[in-house]
Design a binder for this molecule. Structure first.
Ligand code: NDP
Length: 435
């Protein structure tokens, strides 16, 4: 706390892990007395850099770029790049720390990292986005590589941005390697990577529901966000027979009691990915729905809630509202969307609750599969990758059961994910000595 006092999101993420992992360390001699958690909370390397670029008016703009190389005990650093005005050291360190545990859970050999910039892509032209991405990579390229650090997308960084970033990396290094994931299908990308985080989250929720002999069939599902994760979570819910009744963005949420079906979802994808417009425009085309300005969708009665927008978007009041409306399952698509108090409320009510580091790990897992395909110079089919994704989500679920089952049979997925993620990284760090 003394060293990281100015970093609230990072402290929040570390506290959540420490609360479940310290009691485990205390009971296991191989970890006790080795300051292993103290080593894990200190990034191996933090890089910040200036990003200068010229906007369409000819004005010079300056942003700050970051890469947090958190832990490489089990593989090259791996984690997304976020372009959003709220990006700062605290947010990126929390994300990088979570990424270490998440990547460990995927069963694939990937360390943890995260990066990005306080650059705001909203309202920027394609040319401005390209100039910014090129400027950003003209510094980042010297710190990354296919065996060192492999960034991917996150908020504000989708396939368009990955293309511009990859183009500049390739030019500067004069090599075509799998240095970034989330690439286009025709130039090294993996099938299912765009869908993977949202699909994986729903596969994980399905596993949780199965523990109760239940399924998505006929369930009312509230989804927040309308970006990459939210869109494909919604798509998979529909395929499994559920009804998606909300989506949102930072301006508010839409509520469609008739359900957001395949056709309406295609409209949302076009609206957000091509026109880059606001979710409120949904009601212009589907006037039966309503738009609730400035609010999150947790007040809508549902069976399952999938927070897929951003950190701390679901607080204790929201959790209590969801519970009193009969919600039985919350599965996080975003990173740390539920506050600590909200998680405590879900645990107290003993409903199914999955933390993002377990339930949204399908994205990075499929990025890991993209790295494998790039190394092999080979491409698997959509079905092959989807089946591997399903298997990985099922394995993560099993790991959570192994370490998270309470005496009364309730599954604490937070404890399960934290300990399972910790054990693999800690064992590797101990084997490699004090480095
Ligand atoms: P996108 O940029 O595609 O979409 C983000 C969505 O969240 C948008 O609807 C955006 O609305 C909304 N949002 C962002 N910031 C805020 C905010 N401060 N308040 C309210 N709404 C907000 O990002 P992704 O879908 O890729 O990421 C969503 C979450 O999932 C993040 O937490 C990310 O870290 C996590 N994640 C993503 C993975 C991936 O593979 N993409 C992998 C694992 C986790 P608006 O358009 O108004 O900004």
């Amino acid at each position: 706390k003394e060293r990281n006092g100015q970093e609230p999101e990072f402290l929040q993420a570390v506290e959540e892990v420490a609360e479940t992992v310290i009691p485990y360390i205390v009971k296991h001699d191989i970890y006790y007395g080795k300051n292993i958690l103290l080593r894990m909370v200190e990034p191996e390397r933090v890089i910040t850099f200036r990003v200068c670029w010229v906007d369409d008016n000819g004005e010079i703009q300056v942003n700050r770029g970051y890469r947090i190389q958190m832990n490489s005990a089990i593989g090259p650093y791996k984690g997304g790049l976020r372009f959003h005005p709220t990006v700062n050291m605290s947010v990126l360190k929390f994300l990088a720390f979570e990424q270490v545990f998440k990547n460990s859970l995927t069963t694939l050999p990937m360390g943890g990292g995260k990066g990005g910039s306080d650059f705001d892509p909203k309202g920027k032209s394609d040319n401005e986005i390209m100039r910014f991405c090129h400027a950003f990579m003209s510094e980042l390229f010297r710190h990354i590589g296919p065996n060192t650090d492999v960034p991917a997308g996150d908020i504000g960084v989708g396939s368009r941005e990955i293309g511009f970033l990859f183009g500049m990396y390739k030019k500067l290094r004069n090599e075509f390697t799998g240095v970034l994931t989330g690439k286009g299908l025709s130039w090294g990308g993996s099938p299912i990577r765009p869908e993977a985080t949202g699909y994986g989250n729903v596969y994980f929720a399905q596993k949780m529901l199965e523990t109760k002999g239940d399924s998505f069939e006929g369930k009312n599902v509230v989804v927040s966000g309308s970006g990459n994760v939210a869109q494909f979570a919604a798509e998979k819910v529909l395929q499994l027979g559920g009804k998606v009744i909300t989506l949102s963005d930072s301006s508010g949420y839409i509520y469609d009691t008739d359900g957001i079906d395949v056709e309406k979802l295609a409209f949302v994808m076009e609206l957000k990915n091509v026109k880059r417009a606001r979710i409120s425009e949904y009601i212009d085309v589907y006037p039966n729905a309503k738009f609730v300005k400035g609010k999150t969708p947790w007040e809508v009665t549902c069976d399952v809630a999938l927070p897929c927008a951003t950190q701390n978007e679901l607080n204790e009041n929201d959790a209590n509202t969801l519970l009193s409306n009969g919600c039985i399952c919350v599965s996080e698509g975003a990173n740390m969307p539920s506050t600590k108090e909200a998680i405590a409320a879900f645990h107290k009510a003993k409903i199914l609750f999955a933390p993002g580091k377990a339930s949204n790990a399908g994205g990075v897992a499929t990025s890991g599969l993209e790295m494998t395909q790039n190394s092999l110079r080979f491409k698997w089919s959509r079905e092959e990758v989807d089946n591997k994704l399903k298997d990985i989500m099922s394995d993560i679920h099993k790991s959570c059961l192994e370490y998270g089952k309470d005496d009364d049979g309730y599954i604490d997925y937070v404890r399960g994910a934290n300990i399972a993620g910790f054990v693999k990284v800690a064992d590797a760090m101990l084997a490699q000595g004090v480095v």
